[in-house]
Design a binder for this molecule. Structure first.
Ligand SMILES: [Zn+2]
Length: 346
């Protein structure tokens, strides 16, 4: 029953996204068409200036990019698409969540956390690596640790905590693990907001590989969401079959044009590195970023079908996702610039 309600809620949400998006896209297309005759031989720039001279608002130059991004996406990425291809897209990373069922997603990868944000545990032959720590030390103690025990994982075996970035929904529980003497790693830029670098061992360097037993984790700096956001790449196994996963905690930019350009550059590089490594699995601590099919799969362990893992999106699928994201960000840069030119609020 709960599952049905959840599915129904999701369907309503997705329908809402589509209904919000389509009319806006249609309106934009109409607007562009109406403005087209005014362009004459002066080209789009002249046309825009002419249109703006008339009514203060030209054709939406971001529309071709939004359409291009839409073609790259599939239904499962609608949440990300709608969030990143609009200036004020829906944000489900809103702190309104409750404890989720802890669950195992791969032979060696587990989710423990809330329904809106979580932490991931990677099991190696030499202990556990925890990615992110929820909002508070209390959540670390009352959600992460009991969730791990429920999954048969001993919290005392955590060898390393990696924070994807310094926002408090990811870093708030850090002090809980530090007080137990667990090594915590954060990028140098993001340690600033967390009180400064405690020691050189705690700094994530770009391209750094940390190895525990049979598992190597590659850490990559992907600034944009924060100046020191990182992503982690590591192998995962689905009933013995090897895949390559990328875990990111903040892939979308915050802020204006500069941060968007920084994020676009980060994604271009991420795309190249992950293509070479054959990344075909994407995991994230937030529903807002990951696709809806995958998040439903994580949240709903009892609804899973045998021999199916919705987190495996394929190497091409993952590359299309990164291209969609970066095209949406290009579109938003254009939107920012148009708003600046017309004096509209940013
Ligand atoms: Zn964040």
């Amino acid at each position: 029953m709960q599952k049905m309600i959840r599915n129904a809620k999701r369907a309503v949400f997705l329908a809402g996204v589509v209904l919000t998006l389509l009319p806006a896209a249609l309106l934009n297309a109409l607007e562009a068409q109406q403005a087209a005759p005014a362009q004459g031989r002066g080209g789009p720039a002249g046309g825009q200036a002419a249109a703006q001279g008339r009514g203060g608002r030209g054709p939406d130059q971001s529309l071709p990019l939004v359409q291009q991004a839409f073609k790259m996406t599939d239904a499962r990425y609608l949440i990300s698409f709608s969030r990143y291809c609009m200036l004020n897209g829906p944000n489900t990373a809103n702190g309104k969540g409750s404890a989720a069922a802890p669950s195992q997603l791969f032979d060696n990868l587990y989710y423990v956390g809330r329904t809106d944000v979580g932490a991931w545990v990677l099991r190696t032959s030499d202990g556990l690596v925890l990615f992110d720590t929820l909002y508070t030390p209390e959540e670390a103690a009352n959600i992460i640790e009991p969730g791990m025990r429920e999954l048969g994982l001993d919290p005392a075996q955590i060898k390393l905590v990696v924070l994807t970035h310094n926002h408090n929904d990811h870093s708030g529980g850090m002090s809980y693990f530090r007080s137990k003497g667990v090594r915590v790693m954060v990028s140098e830029a993001d340690w600033g907001a967390l009180g400064g670098v405690p020691n050189p061992e705690s700094v994530i360097r770009d391209g750094q590989v940390v190895t525990f037993g049979d598992t190597s984790i590659t850490l990559l700096l992907i600034p944009g969401h924060t100046p020191g956001t990182i992503a982690a790449m590591f192998p995962v196994f689905d009933r013995g079959q090897r895949h390559m996963a990328l875990l990111a905690g903040g892939i979308g930019p915050t802020g204006g044009v500069d941060q968007h350009r920084t994020a676009i550059a980060s994604i271009a590089r991420l795309s190249a590195v992950t293509r070479q490594a054959g990344v075909d699995v994407f995991v994230d601590p937030h529903e807002a970023i990951i696709d809806s099919a995958a998040w439903g799969y994580i949240m709903n362990p009892e609804g899973r079908k045998p021999n199916q893992n919705d987190l495996i999106v394929g190497a091409d699928g993952f590359q299309r996702f990164t291209q969609m994201l970066s095209t949406c960000m290009e579109a938003r840069v254009v939107m920012f610039q148009q708003n600046a030119a017309t004096g509209a609020p940013q």
